[in-house]
Design a protein around this ligand. Structure first.
Ligand code: IMP
Ligand code: MG
Length: 173
């Protein structure tokens, strides 16, 4: 196996998801929450998060990617757009990791053009060092160093997404 010890364990992850869900539940009481998961990477975090949120919500997904292997291409490809009407919705974008910020910035601007009642962002991991485009993050799980991580939905070449923990990826040379 080329992935090593957990960088974030199952317990650390679950505890953090619970904290994020508690904050979101408090902030979205009496709102009309539409939780939009950014596929593919956020699918595991998203499904844990929504199950811990205690206010009513609707679900939707957007499939976009800007990544080729472990290098960002800087270009965002949209493969599937949201299907829900956003006009009376308090949209919460749910992302696995923010790196350069290019993907999230693109998605945020695209959704803002649809005129939601509000738009906020929840990202599980934040690689602050690598930021090229500033994106306002309202809920962040962990700020992490500039390492390539896999597991808990995060991939290398679309693999390792099913690891239940997060590990730093080292290529065997
Ligand atoms: P950004 O557009 O550079 O912010 O890239 C964000 C996207 O790149 C995320 O949604 C991930 O899919 C992917 N990504 C960035 N860093 C990592 C990483 O360390 N492991 C796996 N995927 C990553
Ligand atoms: Mg992603």
């Amino acid at each position: 196996m080329i992935v090593g010890r957990p960088f974030l364990t199952v317990d650390q992850i679950q505890k953090k998801v619970r904290e994020l869900a508690d904050s979101i539940s408090a902030d979205y009481e009496n709102k009309n929450l539409l939780a939009v998961g950014i596929l593919k990477g956020a699918f595991v975090f998203y499904s844990d998060l929504v199950r811990m949120i205690r206010v009513p919500l609707t679900v939707d997904f957007i499939l976009a990617s800007s990544y080729v292997k472990s290098n960002t291409s800087g270009e965002v490809k949209l493969m599937h757009d949201i299907t829900e009407d956003t006009t009376d919705k308090d949209v919460l974008l749910v992302e696995d990791i923010v790196d350069t910020g290019i993907t999230l910035n693109y998605i945020r601007e695209r959704i803002l053009m649809k005129g939601p009642r509000s738009l906020h962002i929840c990202a599980f991991l934040d690689k602050t060092e690598r930021r090229e485009v500033e994106v306002p993050l309202d809920y962040v799980g962990f700020a992490i160093p500039n390492e390539f991580v896999v597991g808990y939905g995060l991939d290398y070449d679309n693999k390792f997404r099913n690891l239940p923990y997060i590990s730093i990826f080292k290529k065997r040379t």
